[in-house]
Ligand binder design. Structure first.
Ligand SMILES: Nc1ncnc2c1ncn2[C@@H]1O[C@H](COP(=O)(O)OP(=O)(O)OP(=O)(O)O)[C@@H](O)[C@H]1O
Ligand SMILES: [Mg+2]
Length: 112
């Protein structure tokens, strides 16, 4: 099982959610977050200016999928979230040890 954490522009949330549902993803969590990437929250890097980092509002989406769905999920997110401009976001993928569905006590891929 893999955990996919995607940081996207807030206005792209509906498109990304629709794309993930379309791709067969059965569950996800969404968070309001603030962050910065290489531009440190500025629209351009400026030299000699005061060093100030601005946190910009972003949406974080967590989803856990079986390994054979990782590429599908990533493609769906990228296609829906991309504008081609800076700050489009990032996707992090990591291995996940265990999932438990509380109601049924199913574990592992069955519980996703
Ligand atoms: N290395 C990182 N670790 C954790 N979160 C990150 C990292 N890089 C970016 N983020 C998160 O993703 C958001 C969007 O990052 P962003 O798309 O600006 O990345 P970037 O590397 O600067 O790419 P770009 O040049 O396209 O802007 C940030 O606001 C932050 O929340
Ligand atoms: Mg950036």
């Amino acid at each position: 099982m893999k955990k996919i954490e995607a940081i996207i522009k807030p206005f792209k949330l509906e498109d990304v959610k629709d794309a993930l549902v379309e791709a067969g993803i059965t569950g996800m969590s969404v968070y309001d977050v603030k962050g910065y990437g290489r531009q440190q929250g500025h629209s351009e890097l400026y030299r000699g200016a005061e060093y100030v980092v601005d946190f910009l509002p972003k949406i974080k989406i967590d989803l856990v999928v079986q390994e054979d769905m990782v590429d599908t999920a990533i493609s769906a997110i990228v296609e829906a979230a991309k504008t081609g401009k800076i700050g489009d976001g990032k996707i992090f993928v990591s291995s996940l040890d265990e999932v438990v569905r509380i109601r049924t006590e199913e574990k592992g891929p069955e519980a996703i």
